[in-house]
Design a protein around this ligand. Sequence first.
Ligand SMILES: O=c1ccn([C@@H]2O[C@H](COP(=O)(O)O)[C@@H](O)[C@H]2O)c(=O)[nH]1
Length: 270
Amino acid sequence: MNTNILKQQIELKKSMLCVGLDVDLEKIPKHLLDFEDPIFEFNKAIIDATIKFSVAYKPNLAFYEAYGLKGWLALEKTIEYLNKNYPEVFTIADAKRGDIGNTASRYAKAFFDDLGFDAVTVAPYMGKDSVEPFLAFKNKQTIMLGLTSNPGAKDFQLEKLSDGNYLFEKVLERSKSWQNSHQLMYVVGATKPEYFKMIRQLVPEAFLLVPGIGAQGGSLEEVCEYGMNTNFGLLINSSRGIIYKSNSLDFAEAAADEAQRLQLVMKKYL
Ligand SMILES: O=c1ccn([C@@H]2O[C@H](COP(=O)(O)O)[C@@H](O)[C@H]2O)c(=O)[nH]1
């Protein structure tokens, strides 16, 4: 999918919400464990309940890989379900891949061609040749880690270089010269709102995927205030805050209520 459809969806739904599908069998309602594929049943119910308020879904691969083959099959069924029933929705494989070019091109094929995701997250530490194989796929987006939401972001990303810039600034700046860089988006944590202005100067046109509201304590209002651009420019993720709002029979309804609450805040800025 190109970003035009995403922009139309944001305008239509008055939402920049991305629902994170980070499924943990210990946290989902117990009655779902009786199904043959509880992960998929959970995802399907969450997707159907939140679709009115959300423009994107982001399964984090760790939560599927942790269950081996069963987890991978549930991931396949989830992306198939999204692509078949809601083709207008933007899908992100949060895989944070990064490897030599030859290997990176296999990752890109797996997520874009075989699974059919619209976007995949990548770690830029191995440089240009580890990211460009993803960018070679037309109509697909590559979401590069920019300034992450976790405390450890300060260990490398916020290291000051001799020219006075932060390492993450250099990474973002450099990435703009890569082939098909117009297909790049960037991960920026909601927990670091003070850097949004700087990031917007570096990548004014790009979409930012912003995790860190809800469970990690970032402010949705601050993200909207400082992170938007003239094309909206934001996908704001919440995973645990939505999908585990309730772990009883009403879990999907509770997720929808929380998604709507977030959407109503976003609507004020759209
Ligand atoms: O900087 C980053 C990059 C990725 N994530 C991922 O986003 C979600 C956040 O989940 P919450 O439950 O809403 O906290 C999760 O999949 C992370 O791995 C991030 O949090 N920060």
